[in-house]
Design a protein around this ligand. Structure first.
Ligand code: ISL
Ligand code: CA
Length: 561
């Protein structure tokens, strides 16, 4: 077998710049703030930093609406500061991955301005324009951010497509000039020293060109037309072309990860098969959809057994071919410990460590979202106006306009609203958590008084030190990276357990995902295994024969070699 790729033993850290650290007191995180905390990342030991968008942008979707791909928004700093950040990370052995948002641009991008300037302009075809149908939208597609996916343009008498906000028009990837412009921009960033891209909703770029109606949903005017734009007819062609035009012949170690809502294991294998040359790994969405009913806002509670079985299925499906990325949360998802763990003060610490143990023991590339390494929790949202995110704001508007159930909407927004992940990183116990000297753009979580970096970094037994230990283990023992995966106790709703095997090395990963202590019969095969990491201090260094007892939410990793 050839040497495993470098990223199989790497850990990626996601920075959402707006909420990471503010260096100039305007209440908004920026590049200066990241530069001040580079050593936090080095201490944690991550290999790669992924930056959410910092490009010039009207900020309709916090930077996921880009008006200039080759400049930094003044809100975040300057190109010089980005160069500084690249150098600071490289000097500490870390890579920098940029967010690539090319399913859509901002409506203020010069490409769109030109495209919208008239039906016959040279860039008209760079976006998706369609005539009205019976005086209405061209089809019944809905936007992810509520309402129709089509925006009427009075001047030209046509609609343009926007799967997200109306300020995020979709690019037309059928047009070769669009594709070449994107590839050229990507090469420009690589030439500047960045080490790869996280590709925003990249499996949406090839749309079914019929633009037919999606199957109607009773009671809904606009529906999610997933099957008509996700994993579309030319998607593999585009990704292979991108890989070839951007990366071919380039020296170095790069990372590409495609964000792919709705991707199946079969598709993921195709996207990440090295022989096809598309992307290194994908973000799948199965495990972050399990607590949702008919829509994202319809929170139905978590079935933890289903969660375990889902992640185990992905482990098994991509065992021979393909590669998983592993994540609990990101800037679009609620906080991991509140959603999948137990953020009750009695269980917060152990459950945050249990989740970390489960994820970082698996086969794949783990991602840590800023603050996750501290066990940051959801924000105690009560009212609608506490939410700033365009997705939540639009949703609430619809609830009011259509007279929907307000209490249910508030519950959904509090449970899964994206601003849960976007409150400022809690650096210390002070009122603004060391995030800013000014007024933070989103309020700081009140639990910053005890939940913060200053209370954890370098403090034995903290959530942060647990993450640091897990990352070090992945670097030290190849079995973490590439060992075969086998789930155990697959039908147990509380105990999460699996085995990893590489040559003579055998890992046993155990986590009790419940508030009750649990006795476990492990059999003699594991007797003598060495405790690599445990969430409860002072457990015996070797596994005794017979049974063991795990406390509430306790987790351990054993190694036999
Ligand atoms: O958060 C979501 C809504 O529930 C997801 O559907 C999200 O929109 C999807 O994961 C795509 O996310 C990415 O593209 C969006 C942007 O708003 C997200 O922040 C980004 O991660 C549009 O660019
Ligand atoms: Ca700032």
């Amino acid at each position: 077998m050839s040497d495993p790729a470098w990223f199989t033993s790497a850990v990626v850290y996601q920075v959402y710049p707006r909420s990471f650290a503010d260096s100039n007191g305007d209440g908004i995180g920026d590049l200066g703030g990241i530069l001040e905390h580079v050593d936090h990342l080095a201490t944690l030991g991550v290999d790669v930093v992924w930056l959410s968008p910092i490009y010039r942008s009207p900020q309709a979707d916090n930077g996921y609406d880009i008006s200039d791909y080759r400049d930094i928004d003044p809100l975040f700093g300057s190109l010089e500061q980005l160069d500084e950040l690249i150098a600071a990370l490289h000097a500490r052995g870390m890579k920098l991955v940029m967010d690539l948002v090319v399913n859509h641009t901002s409506d203020e991008h010069p490409w769109f301005v030109e495209s919208a300037s008239g039906k016959d302009g040279p860039k008209r075809d760079w976006y998706v324009w369609r005539d009205p149908r019976d005086g209405q939208e061209p089809n019944n597609w809905g936007s992810f951010f509520s309402g129709s996916a089509w925006q009427w343009d009075e001047a030209s008498g046509q609609y343009y497509l926007h799967l997200f906000d109306r300020k995020q028009p979709d690019l037309n990837w059928e047009n070769e000039d669009v594709r070449e412009a994107v590839y050229e921009m990507m090469r420009w960033w690589l030439d500047r020293g960045v080490d790869g891209f996280r590709m925003d909703v990249i499996n949406f770029i090839s749309k079914e060109q019929s633009f037919a109606d999606a199957p109607p949903v009773p009671g809904e005017r606009h529906v999610n037309a997933f099957e008509l734009f996700a994993n579309g007819p030319r998607i593999h062609e585009y990704l292979a072309e991108m890989h070839e035009r951007v990366f071919a012949g380039r020296e170095g170690q790069f990372l590409t990860v495609g964000e792919m809502p709705g991707v199946t294991t079969e598709e993921a294998i195709r996207y990440t098969d090295p022989a096809r040359g598309e992307v290194d790994m994908v973000f799948q969405f199965e495990h972050v959809s399990l607590d949702q009913g008919a829509s994202k806002w319809d929170w139905i509670g978590l079935d933890r057994l289903a969660l375990k079985q889902s992640l185990h299925r992905w482990q098994t499906a991509l065992a021979e071919q393909g590669w998983n990325s592993l994540y609990w949360d990101n800037h679009d998802q609620p906080r991991a410990v509140s959603r999948f763990g137990d953020d009750d003060p009695a269980h917060w610490d152990q459950s945050a460590k249990a989740l970390a143990t489960i994820l970082h023991g698996m086969r794949g590339t783990p991602y840590v979202y800023q603050g996750e390494e501290l066990g940051m929790t959801n924000y105690p949202f009560r009212t609608a106006d506490e939410h700033k995110d365009v997705e939540a704001v639009n949703h609430w508007k619809r609830v009011i306009d259509e007279g929907l159930d307000q209490q249910a909407a508030l519950t959904g927004m509090a449970k899964v609203g994206r601003d849960n992940a976007r409150t400022p990183v809690q650096w210390d116990a002070s009122p603004s958590a060391g995030f800013t000297t000014g007024e933070p753009w989103l309020p700081v979580n009140p639990n910053r008084s005890w939940l913060n970096a200053a209370a954890q970094v370098g403090k034995a037994g903290s959530v942060f030190e647990h993450y640091r230990a897990l990352i070090a283990l992945r670097h030290e023992h190849p079995v973490f990276a590439t060992g075969d995966f086998t789930g155990v106790l697959d039908d147990d709703p509380d105990v999460w357990a699996y085995v990893r095997v590489l040559g003579r090395q055998r890992l046993l990963v155990l986590a009790n995902c419940s508030r009750r202590s649990r006795e476990l019969e492990l059999g003699d095969g594991w007797a003598g295994a060495r405790l690599l990491l445990g969430s409860v201090p002072e457990r015996p260094a070797a596994l005794p024969p017979g049974s063991i007892t795990l406390d509430a939410w306790e987790s351990r990793i054993y190694l036999l070699d």
